[in-house]
Design a protein around this ligand. Structure first.
Ligand SMILES: [Zn+2]
Ligand SMILES: [Zn+2]
Length: 258
């Protein structure tokens, strides 16, 4: 296992009550998130109607550029993992040999910019919409989330064998992604906040804060209750062992990805 950067400790201590649930690796020196509120100052030249970055976005690491544009949070990443993978290719510093039983695909990890625009203040859609193929959200370490399907919306059955030790693999266009529980991240806590989906609602691990399995998940794989980051409660998704693993549909009004 790799050593985590020392600055993780400072962030863990800063987020009282959330030790073990924090993202590591983000340089927070320039980030001072506050609760959502009206603000006349933001990046991108927008000077009216903008909101402040919600505090929980501080959990995204340095691999994700997080900013606010109007009422959207903009997350930019290259989806290159911060952990070892076979898919970096032999000779790369983060390469590791396939684990027992792994059936690697032919693809490699190549960084490519993905920009997700999500509502800073998410809202429930009148009707859920199916999640598409391709990125449906992004993890706190910058790796994009995919849904439960392979190409042509086929079950992942055989693709699962190609996952590396951390449950990720690259597409034929060499974009690394997770369909299932990101094991590199949940080793620091199975209940931790793991990222955000395109509708602006957060994604959590396969356990609740007390360690129990989530109950009452809806058809999209989410439900509503208070979490360490949302004392007043929020809709959120959970990774689960069975399909859809993360989210087969968006429960909220979705943003955009490009
Ligand atoms: Zn895949
Ligand atoms: Zn929950």
């Amino acid at each position: 296992m790799l050593m985590r950067p020392v600055r993780c400790l400072a962030l863990a201590l800063a987020l009282s009550g959330a030790a073990g649930l924090v993202a590591c690796g983000r340089d927070t020196a320039t980030s001072s998130p506050t609760s959502p509120s009206s603000s006349a100052t933001t990046s991108g030249g927008t000077t009216s109607g903008a909101v402040s970055l919600p505090a929980w976005y501080a959990q995204f690491g340095s691999a994700v550029q997080v900013s606010v544009d109007g009422t959207d949070v903009v997350l930019r990443t290259t989806s290159v993992p911060d952990h070892p993978s076979y898919y970096f290719g032999a000779g790369h510093a983060s390469y590791e040999a396939p684990h027992a039983g792994m059936q690697p695909n032919q693809n490699r990890i190549v960084g490519q910019t993905v920009t997700l625009r999500v509502p800073a203040a998410p809202s429930m859609a009148s009707t859920p919409t199916d999640t598409p193929l391709g990125p449906i959200g992004v993890a706190i370490n910058g790796v994009v989330f995919f849904n439960q399907y392979a190409a042509q919306r086929q079950p992942l059955t055989f693709e699962i064998l190609s996952f590396d030790r951390h449950n990720g693999h690259p597409t034929p266009t060499n974009q690394y992604h997770y369909h299932m529980e990101p094991l590199w991240l949940t080793q620091a806590g199975r209940a931790r906040l793991l990222g955000v989906l395109l509708d602006g609602y957060p994604a959590y691990g396969p356990a609740e804060a007390g360690g129990a399995a989530p109950t009452g998940l809806d058809s999209c794989n989410g439900h509503t209750h208070a979490t360490p980051e949302f004392a007043a409660g929020t809709y959120h998704y959970h990774f689960t062992e069975a399909a859809p693993y993360l989210a087969g549909c968006y429960r909220g009004v979705r943003g955009s990805v490009g």
